[in-house]
Design a binder for this molecule. Structure first.
Ligand code: UTP
Length: 481
């Protein structure tokens, strides 16, 4: 690879793709750096690059909303008092079906943890971030405990697959090793990196150099997971273990149910589900809330990004005053193993790209100086997992409650921050405690304290033992159960 012949060959290929600047510093590199740079260049699909740049970097593909969009039907959330609104269904029946599958070892957990977490600005994989409202437990530990609690309850093994990216793979694996896998059997925890895409200069469409010997890259989006599950051998491993369904969640939500028997049961056994890909939804707070919504278009369930939903539809209300297009996307899915296998039968399988303008630090090819941009200078291309919904035959949606299952940590402060997450975690804990007769100090509508209930203590309110709470909870106190 380091021979002159290889360099000349690669230089010619780069030139025909308009990217010869990637070798601008080649003569300054050590043999090792040169070999590494050439290997990175070799991994880029140079042949199709000009077309890709034309479409997504130079151009901004217009989203054409499907002709006729209808609200997505969904299974309304089971209410704690057993009451129901909207479509009638039997949560208990599906819960039993899901529990059987979990107990038989047919369900695996899958967290996508390859993102760069740039909004949070945390130095390290986001899963290592202290997510517990009081304990400061890392997000990975909270999920590990959720898995342990479910394994204990169902007497089975729930293998856990963790998608990293080449940029955070090593620190993620080391974090688990240093923490004894948070009590999980290491054999049941697998890590695999997702693919990457080169990052492009916004103005010129040229690939940026992160270092003189390194192409600037970004992980190829959570949608890259559907390919990475296959390429990494994770799907084969699932087959060997007898796993049929995958519980998919994001790394930033400490309240997620790592596996939800009702959702598993609906996905795997409801007559309107093909068992391929299912989704949870959260009712949107208001028309302006920046979440994608599930819709029906051309007879298939689809997710439309908030920026692509025509504003007049976003505001439409039904006769009862509720938003018609209210099915917000919290990014919680079930995937059938055979569905992901089927997608990968075609070696060219890939979800479409989405374009994002971001700040990309790089080396200036003229001066060799490092540039740390203060405004977006680059284009990143990512694939989104929800685009696979349209590839499923019949896909169901289950409503869920925001306070019960959604407290994401995306930003350093404000909306979806550690602080707002802690507030929602407390709100859920307070609700659960009140349900078993423990009183919680309140200031108006909000709990006047911070409470965290770990998954090993309770997966749901009925697991709580009120006698474990020592005396009355004081105003302003912080407690972990
Ligand atoms: P986000 O859309 O919040 O992106 O990811 P992010 O990269 O983590 O954060 P920002 O935008 O830079 O602040 C949602 C989920 O998808 C995963 C993330 O790890 C998170 O669990 N993800 C995202 C991947 O696994 N790979 C990616 O390429 C992108």
């Amino acid at each position: 690879m380091s021979s002159t012949h290889s360099i000349e060959h690669i230089r010619a290929r780069l030139a025909s793709a308009g990217q010869e600047h990637l070798l601008a510093f080649e003569s300054e590199l050590s043999a090792q750096q040169r070999a590494s740079l050439l290997a990175q260049i070799d991994a880029i699909d140079l042949e199709h690059l000009p077309e890709l740049i034309e479409k997504y970097v130079a151009g901004k593909p217009d989203f054409a909303p499907p002709g006729k969009i209808e609200p997505a039907p969904y299974y309304p959330a089971p209410k704690p008092d057993g009451s129901q609104s909207g479509r009638r269904w039997d949560p208990q029946r599906f819960r039993s079906a899901g529990e059987e599958l979990i107990a038989a070892g047919r369900v695996a957990c899958f967290v996508v943890a390859g993102g760069q977490g740039s909004r949070l600005g945390y130095d390290g994989p986001k899963g290592c971030f202290p997510g517990g409202a009081v304990s400061g437990k890392p997000l990975f530990q909270i999920f590990a405990e959720g898995i342990r609690a479910n394994q204990r309850r169902y007497g089975s093994t729930i293998p856990w697959y963790i998608m990293t990216s080449p940029l955070n793979h090593q620190p993620t694996v080391e974090f688990f090793q240093q923490n004894d896998f948070f009590g999980l059997e290491p054999d049941n925890v697998s890590f695999f990196p997702q693919g990457v895409m080169p990052s492009f200069d916004l103005k010129t469409g040229k690939i940026l150099l992160a270092e003189k010997h390194e192409v600037a890259t970004n992980p190829d989006g959570h949608g890259g997971s559907l390919k990475a599950l296959f390429v990494s051998g994770a799907l084969d491993d699932m087959r060997t273990r007898g796993v049929e369904h995958i519980s998919y969640f994001q790394v930033d939500n400490p309240l997620v149910k790592v596996v939800d028997p009702v959702f598993v049961g609906l996905h795997a056994t409801a007559s309107d589900s093909s068992g391929e890909m299912s989704s949870k939804m959260l009712p949107k707070r208001d028309p302006e809330e920046k979440v994608g919504v599930f819709v029906m278009a051309d007879g298939r369930l689809q997710m439309i990004e908030y920026s692509d939903l025509p504003p007049e539809l976003a505001k439409e209300r039904d006769s009862g005053g509720a938003l018609r297009f209210n099915a917000g996307n919290p990014a919680i899915h079930m995937l059938g193993v055979s569905f992901v296998e089927k997608l990968n039968e075609d070696p060219r399988f890939a979800l479409p790209f989405h374009r994002a303008e971001k700040k990309v630090p790089h080396v200036d090819v003229q001066s060799g100086e490092r540039v740390d941009p203060s405004s977006p200078n680059g284009v990143k291309l990512e694939r989104f997992v929800f685009d696979a919904l349209q590839l499923a035959e019949r896909s169901i949606v289950l409503e869920t409650d925001r306070v019960e299952e959604f407290a994401p940590i995306k930003n350093a402060e404000g909306v979806d921050s550690p602080e707002s997450s802690a507030r929602i975690q407390t709100e859920r804990a307070a609700r659960w405690l009140q349900r078993v007769g423990v009183s919680v100090p309140m200031k108006g509508e909000e709990p006047d304290c911070t409470i965290e209930i770990g998954p090993l203590t309770a997966l749901e309110p009925s697991d709580l033992d009120p006698s474990r709470v020592d005396g009355p909870i004081g105003a302003g106190s912080k407690i972990v159960l």
